[in-house]
Design a protein around this ligand. Sequence first.
Ligand code: DGY
Length: 417
Amino acid sequence: TAQLDDEARHILRANDKEGYTVPTKGLYPFQWNWDSALTALGIATYDANRAWQEIEKLLSAQWDNGMVPHIVFWQHEEGYFPGPGEWQSGQTPPTSGITQPPVAATVVRQLASSLPGDHGARVTPMLHALDRWHQWFADARDPDGRGVVAIMHPWESGRDNLPDWDEPLSHVDTSTVGTFLRRDTQIVNEAERPQNHDYDHYMALVQFGRNCQWDVKTIAETCPFWVAEPAMNAILRRAERDLVALALQFNLPEIARRATARLARLGQGFNQLWSDDAQGYVTLNLRHDKKDNRLTSGSWLSLYGGPENDNRAKAHYSTLMEWRRKISFTVPSFDPNDAAFDDIRYWRGPVWAMINWMIATGLAEHGRHDLAEMIANDTAALIAKSGFREYFSPVTGQGGGGKDFSWTAAMWLYWAS
Ligand code: DGY
């Protein structure tokens, strides 16, 4: 493993753009929100200062309304679609118009507890920024106060082509999208990427956001895609818990108070995503009040968002073992028993190292160290077999998507090695 450690550090250094790390060269040549935050965990294993910088750089692109965008276009770079001209966010530096799962508070807590030194001066401004971002989720993505936040674009979930989006996207009109040139399929095999049909819908929603100038009120009221899903909500819940702990530790009682109030609402709201039929948490199309009764790797993040009650936790463990018997490597991003499962197409089946870390963290916190270890071992085996790929087939262990991938390298150094 010493050789894999070296390789992982080499990848993170090669993807370093001074202050931020690209997920992978070519396919994703800018700063991506959750990629960057999770990558900081790996950087922290050899360069504490550089790890903090990663988060500071991300939060420095925060919008006035509190949103931390999903992509920050720090540099001009040809070869990525859709770029700043499509998003038209009106920001400097240019950014996309949507957010991504808010893992940053959780990462900051991990860094603050594991790195030596007194972090007060560095962490305090971050906590103010994180509080504003989490408040943006409550105001912009849950304006009715239901206790679940919505996404307005599949990219906002970070799980771009999950089968859960197929039905909600079918209500999105693509007739005004026109033609465009995809760049991703010039770099990665088409079979490993979303389909053109998906991209038409992705671009229709970008067009929608741009037409309303990313106004959150208009989006909440009229966006044709408005969906609550377990991963985003569990990750936010976890992030609020971590923000409460950090605010208390660094003596910021106002932030602690606000985060505690938001956390209580999320704790109650999460139950709306439970499905008796699926015996797990599922996607809820808020626009049409319709549940998708299929499980995804996001369903297990209830343990990470936590705490989970005993009966439901037991249901999670038995389904996880049932999936494990179908495939060779945990945790597939989508139910391997379902007709829509596709072991190599991005989020329709493949295993992702950073989701595995989150699931394993939640399992360990609920006392299931055996299952957490199984997932860590599977992750290490995939990396040893196929390298630091973007994701892996749960069936064959083959790597897919981008190569020399930052968060896969980070998860190796921080957790799976
Ligand atoms: C992409 O370009 O595929 C990204 O996932 C969007 O965030």
